[in-house]
Design a binder for this molecule. Structure first.
Ligand code: MSP
Length: 695
C-alpha cells in the first residue's frame, strides 16, 4: 500500500477564508479522497498560520489580542471546512505547543549546521507577504507585486540563514528531481530565480512580539516563514516525544511514500527555495513534490483580502450546498492556470452540468426503470451487461479519468466522466425506451438499455465521489447503489444490481433561475448593508468606513463574527426564507424614518493627527456645535494629510455608538465616497455653522 502525505498551506488568520483558500483545500481534499479510494494510506493536513506582524497589526486594529483573533478566525475555518466536507486528518495551528517544539528543533538543527549568523538588516518589507523585497522586485512607488500596497523600509539587527550556500544544492535538486516543482513552467521560474543568485535570509524579527522567541537570541522572534513552513513537520510530531507519524509520512525508509504539498503560485518561492534549503540545512528529507496552482481572479485581479478583492461563496452554499461549489472550482480551473471566479459562473455550471446533464439523466432513467419494472432496476444477467454498447466506452473514459486524476488534471478528469454521461443520454435518446416499453414485450426489450444507462450513471458518479462527497452518494443511492463504494474499483462496468428497489427520484439538483437568484442576492445585500460598529461589541469595533478606505483585513473578520443577536434579519433562517420568497420583487428601499434615524451633521475639523502604528487611521477632533469637541477616528490617512484637514468641514454620523480603534475612542464617523477603494471626503458646498443638520 502506498502512503501519501498531502498538505495545504496554513492560512493566515487575519482573513476569513475566501474562494482562494477554499480552492487549495478542496484540491487537497480531492487528492486525499481519490487516493483513499485507490486504497492508499493518506494523511491530509491543513491549518492556520497565526504568528507575525500582520496578525498582530490586525488584532491591534481590531482592539483584541492576536490569540483571540486567531481563535475566532480558526473557528470559522473549522465550520467552513466541515461544511465543505474536508477530510483532513489534522488541523495544525502555529500557536500550539507541539508546533513550537517542532520549530525549536528545526532551529536547533540548522544552528548545529552553522547556518545562522547575526547581522544588520535593511530593506523594503511587505507586511502582507511578511517578506523583504529588493527595489527591482517592487513595482512603481515601491509597491508589493503581490499585494499592490506600499512596502516599508526596515532596518534592524537579525539572525540570518545562509541561504546563499544553498544555491548550487538547490539547482542540483531541480536538475535531479524535476518533479520536485510542478508544473514545469513553475519549475523554470523557480530555477531562474535561484540562478539569478540567492541572498542570505533574515529569519528573525527584532520589532515583533507575536511569534516564537528565537532560541538563543533574546529579543528576536522567529521569522514567520521559518515558523510556518515547519508546520508540515511539527503536525506529524517532529521534535516531540511521539513522532510516529513523522517517521511514517516524512522521514520514512519506505520507498512507496510520497509527500505532496499543494499551494498557490504566490507562495511558491517560500516552498520551492526556502523550505528545501531549511530542510537540507537541518539534515532532513525533502518532500517529493511542491505543486503550485494558479489564482482565482475577479475583475482580472487575484482574489485576495489584502488587495480588497474578495469572493466568498456563502450565499451560494446556502442555496445549492457545498458540493456544487467544489465541482465548479475543479471544473472551471485548469489546474496550474489562472481562472475567473463569479457566483454567476458557479450557477451556470451548476445548471448545465449538475441540474441538466447529471440530474435530468438520473431522474429520466430512474423514472423509466421504475415504471417498466415495478419500482425496480431492470432484470438481466452478467453476460448481457458486458455486451452493452456503453461498456466499452465506459472503460475508455474511466481509464482517461484515472490518468487525468493521476496527473492532477482535474478538469480533464471531469470532462472524461462527462463524455460518458453525454454518450449515455445519446444512447437513451436513440433507443427511445419510453416508446418501446409501451409495445408488446417492450419491458424485456428496454431492460438492457435502461440497465446500461443506470450503470453508466453509476460509473460516472463513483468517479465524482472525491469531487462531491456529500451529493455523489445520494446520486448513487438514486440509481440503485445504496452504499457508496470504498474503492475506485467500483468504476468497473457491471456494478448496478438487477431487480433492486429504486426509490422515487427526488430532485437532487433543482435548477436555479439565475436572474431571480441575482435579484435575491441583491435584495439580501440591501437588507444587510456594510455592518456598523453597533453590530459588534464596543471594544472590538472598527470604523465601518474602513472597508471603503483601506484593504486591511480587520473589518471582515469582525463583521462576520457578529453575535447572533445582532445578525441582520436576512441571516436568520425563517426571516431569510421569507426574504428569499419575495426577493425578486423586493425593492431595497428604506422609509424616511429609517433615514432620519441617522443623524448627519456638519463638523469643522479642529485637530487632526496620525495614530501611531496605524497606516490608515487619523485621530480628529471635530466641532459639531456642541460644548466640547468630538473625537473621531477616520481611516483616511493614506489619502489626506492631517494638516490639510484642519479648519475644513466634513459630514459626521453623529449618533453612532462609540467604538475603539487602535485603542482610540471614536464618537461618530466621517463620511467619504469610495473611489476605487480610496476615500474622497464628502463636504458641504460652502462653509456652514458647525452642527448644521444634513438631510
Ligand atoms: N500563511 C501563508 C502560508 C504559509 S504555508 C507554510 C499564506 N497564507 S494565505 O492565507 O495568504 O494563503 C495563501 C494561499 O491561499 C495561496 O498559496 C493559495 O493556496 C490560497 N489562495 C489565496 N488566494 C488565492 C487565489 N486568489 N486563488 C487561488 N488560491 C489562492 O500565504
Amino acid at each position: 500500500m502506498s502512503k501519501l502525505y498531502v498538505t495545504t498551506p496554513i492560512y493566515y488568520v487575519n482573513d476569513l477564508p475566501h474562494i482562494g483558500h477554499i480552492y487549495t483545500t478542496v484540491v487537497s481534499d480531492l487528492v486525499a479522497r481519490y487516493h483513499r479510494l485507490l486504497g492508499d494510506d493518506v494523511y491530509f493536513l491543513t491549518g492556520t498560520d497565526e504568528h507575525g506582524q500582520k496578525i498582530q497589526t490586525a488584532a491591534e486594529e481590531n482592539g483584541e489580542t492576536p490569540q483571540a483573533l486567531a481563535d475566532r478566525v480558526v473557528s470559522r475555518y473549522h465550520v467552513l471546512w466541515d461544511e465543505l466536507g474536508m477530510s483532513n486528518d489534522d488541523f495544525v495551528r502555529t500557536t500550539e505547543a507541539r508546533h513550537r517544539a517542532g520549530v525549536e528543533e528545526m532551529i536547533r538543527r540548522i544552528d548545529a549546521n552553522g547556518d545562522f549568523y547575526v547581522d544588520k538588516h535593511e530593506g523594503w518589507y511587505c507586511a502582507g507577504c511578511e517578506t523583504f523585497y529588493t527595489e527591482k522586485e517592487l513595482e512603481e512607488g515601491n509597491t508589493c507585486p503581490v499585494h499592490e500596497t506600499a512596502a516599508e523600509w526596515k532596518s534592524e539587527e537579525n539572525v540570518f540563514f545562509r541561504l546563499s550556500s544553498y544555491q548550487q544544492p538547490l539547482l542540483d535538486l531541480y536538475a535531479e528531481r524535476p518533479e520536485f516543482v510542478r508544473p514545469e513552467t513553475r519549475l523554470n521560474e523557480v530555477r531562474s530565480f535561484v540562478e539569478s543568485g540567492l541572498r542570505d535570509l533574515s529569519v528573525s524579527r527584532a520589532d515583533l512580539d507575536w511569534g516564537i522567541p528565537f532560541p538563543g537570541h533574546e529579543g528576536q522572534t522567529t521569522y514567520v516563514w521559518l515558523d510556518a513552513l515547519t508546520n508540515y513537520l511539527s503536525a506529524l510530531g517532529f521534535g516531540q516525544d511521539d513522532d510516529d507519524l513523522y517517521q511514517q509520512y516524512w522521514d520514512t525508509r519506505e520507498p512507496d511514500t510520497r509527500q505532496l504539498q499543494i499551494l498557490g503560485k504566490d507562495i511558491l518561492r517560500f516552498h520551492a527555495v526556502y523550505w528545501p534549503a531549511f530542510l537540507m540545512s537541518a539534515g532532513l528529507p525533502l518532500p517529493d513534490t511542491i505543486w503550485s496552482h494558479g489564482w482565482w481572479l475577479m475583475d482580472d485581479r487575484k482574489v485576495s483580502k489584502s488587495s480588497g478583492n474578495v469572493a466568498r461563496p456563502d450565499h451560494l452554499m446556502d442555496r445549492v450546498g457545498a458540493d456544487p461549489v467544489r465541482f465548479f472550482l475543479m471544473r472551471d480551473m485548469v489546474f496550474g492556470q489562472d481562472a475567473t471566479y463569479s457566483d454567476e459562473a458557479v450557477i451556470e455550471r451548476y445548471n448545465s452540468d449538475l441540474a441538466n446533464d447529471l440530474g435530468n439523466t438520473v431522474s429520466r432513467v430512474v423514472t423509466l426503470s421504475r415504471k417498466a419494472f415495478d419500482g425496480q432496476t431492470p432484470p438481466g444477467d452478467a453476460a448481457a451487461d458486458q455486451a452493452s454498447p456503453l461498456a466499452d466506452s465506459a472503460r475508455r473514459h474511466v481509464s482517461d479519468y484515472r490518468r487525468h486524476m493521476d496527473e492532477m488534471a482535474f478538469s480533464r478528469a471531469l470532462e472524461a466522466l462527462y463524455k460518458l454521461l453525454s454518450e449515455t443520454s445519446q444512447y437513451l435518446v436513440e433507443n427511445e425506451p419510453w416508446k418501446r416499453m409501451k409495445e408488446e414485450g417492450g419491458a424485456e426489450a428496454v431492460a438492457p438499455v435502461l440497465w446500461s444507462c443506470l450503470e453508466a450513471v453509476r460509473v460516472v458518479t463513483v468517479g465524482l465521489l472525491p469531487f462531491m462527497p456529500e451529493v455523489a452518494p445520494r446520486v448513487l443511492a438514486a440509481v440503485g447503489t445504496a452504499r457508496p463504494p470504498a474503492s475506485l474499483d467500483a468504476m468497473q462496468w457491471g456494478g448496478t444490481p438487477h431487480d433492486a428497489l429504486l426509490a422515487e427520484p427526488e430532485p437532487i439538483f433543482p435548477r436555479i433561475d439565475l436572474k431571480a437568484w441575482i435579484a435575491e442576492v441583491e435584495a439580501e445585500r440591501a437588507a444587510d448593508p456594510a455592518p456598523t460598529p453597533d453590530s459588534k461589541t464596543d471594544d472590538s469595533t472598527t470604523d465601518d468606513k474602513d472597508d471603503t478606505v483601506d484593504d486591511t483585513d480587520v473589518k471582515d473578520i469582525a463583521a462576520e463574527d457578529k453575535p447572533a443577536g445582532d445578525k441582520p434579519a436576512a441571516d436568520k433562517p425563517a426571516e431569510k426564507k421569507a426574504a428569499e420568497d419575495k426577493a425578486p420583487e423586493q425593492d431595497p428601499q428604506i422609509n424616511i424614518d429609517q433615514f432620519f434615524a441617522t443623524q448627519l451633521k456638519v463638523g469643522t475639523v479642529k485637530v487632526a493627527e496620525r495614530i501611531p502604528k496605524s497606516n490608515k487611521l487619523l485621530r480628529l477632533e471635530v466641532d459639531l456645535g456642541e460644548p466640547e469637541l468630538r473625537q473621531l477616528v477616520a481611516g483616511i490617512s493614506k489619502v489626506y494629510e492631517p494638516e490639510d484637514l484642519v479648519d475644513t468641514q466634513v459630514i459626521v454620523v453623529a449618533n453612532l455608538k462609540p467604538a475603539k480603534l487602535m485603542g482610540v475612542k471614536s464618537q461618530g464617523m466621517v463620511l467619504a465616497a469610495s473611489e476605487d477603494g480610496q476615500p474622497v471626503l464628502v463636504r458641504p458646498e460652502r462653509f456652514v455653522p458647525p452642527g448644521t443638520q444634513v438631510r
